[in-house]
Design a protein around this ligand. Structure first.
Ligand code: PGA
Length: 251
């Protein structure tokens, strides 16, 4: 049985005070709720340590939004896998479309980051997704397939227990436009199929595939009801405790 996961990507939002306040709101609103999914938040790196402390004794797990591929060294401004582990972080988001487009992260660079994260024992939420242009040109399966293959298909089968996939069509991120539940299901089934073809049925059936892109409490139930959608990676709506809780309870 694969894990159901709802992860909140806070991006570059919330200072320390706001981080603490949002975690406390979230803990309060989750208090009497029986969740059947993992709940993850990804605050900005400067507040990771604080978030780990504040979520102790709660169901909330903390993930980083990014890391550098090198173990250590002269990389001004960067953060290593060991530094994340040292403050109690066990999960990292890699390949978010904002990292790909705004920070020029290529499939090849992401493969290096994936290797380092796995070597160090981190779990990865690996994001990918097509642009609006790819979708219009009917290139979306080709593009998504290529992103997944180039950054992940060199991995041995055993590594896949530490991989969570997140399909995020770029045209749906922060735009208010969501892929329809059918479009999400179609893509998730395609991804599972290529993973099965490359590895085997067990790997394909056990990998959680999250959907991301304008998920809200009002559309989460329908999206999460799809067979191959195992949860969501939530941006905007994760910045508000009641919206995020509404999405969590959509399972
Ligand atoms: P959004 O962002 O929910 O605000 O569309 C999703 C994401 O970027 O992970």
């Amino acid at each position: 049985m694969r894990n159901k996961i709802v992860a909140g990507n806070w991006k570059m939002n919330n200072n320390a005070t706001q981080t603490k306040a949002l975690i406390n709101d979230l803990k309060a609103s989750l208090h009497n709720i029986k969740t059947n999914c993992r709940v993850v938040i990804a605050p900005t790196s400067i507040n990771l340590s604080l978030a780990v402390q504040e979520t102790k004794d709660s169901v909330i797990e903390v993930s980083a939004q990014n890391m550098h591929q090198a173990s250590n060294g002269a990389y001004t401004g960067e953060i290593s896998a060991d530094m994340l582990l040292d403050v109690g972080i066990n999960t990292v988001i890699l390949g978010h479309s904002e990292r790909r487009t705004l920070f020029d992260e290529s499939d090849e660079l992401l493969a290096e980051k994936v290797n380092t994260a796995l070597e160090k024992g981190l779990e990865i939420i690996f994001c990918f997704g097509e642009s609006l242009n790819d979708r219009k040109l009917d290139n979306h399966f080709l593009e998504v397939g290529s992103q997944v293959k180039k950054s992940l298909f060199h991995l041995p089968e055993a590594s896949w227990k530490n991989i969570i996939l997140a399909y995020e069509p770029v045209w749906a991120i922060g735009t208010g436009e969501t892929a329809s539940p059918e479009q999400a299901q179609e893509m998730h089934a395609f991804i599972r199929q290529i993973v099965e073809k490359k590895y085997n049925k067990e790997v394909a059936e056990n990998v959680s595939i999250l959907y991301g892109g304008s998920v809200k409490p009002s559309n989460a139930v329908e999206i999460f009801s799809k067979e191959d959608v195992d949860g969501g990676l939530i941006g905007g709506a994760s910045l508000n405790a009641s919206d995020f809780t509404g999405i969590i309870t959509a399972f």
